[in-house]
Design a protein around this ligand. Sequence first.
Ligand SMILES: [Zn+2]
Length: 102
Amino acid sequence: MESGHPPELPPPLVERDVPEDLRLYVPYADGWSAHIKTDGIREYCHFKQPGKDYFHLLLPGEIFLAYGEVRYCLNCAMRYAHLTDDRLFWQRGVRRNRDPIA
Ligand SMILES: [Zn+2]
């Protein structure tokens, strides 16, 4: 299976201009993992959006975070500050050892 060569990259679907820095960071990364939803199993984000009475369905292809068995859509991870677009986050606070589930 492994040939020792890196896999051939998929061709770009389209080349777009990226107007700003889209990179995201997990400031307290211990215990967190990032995933792409690749199966058809119905899974939901652990949280409801404020003002809504339903949980977000994670769609095939959706990137989400997990902390143990808890799934976070990127909006909820960002809402609870487990995810940031602030590249300088590491200069703004003391790192915690563990990140409690919100
Ligand atoms: Zn969510």
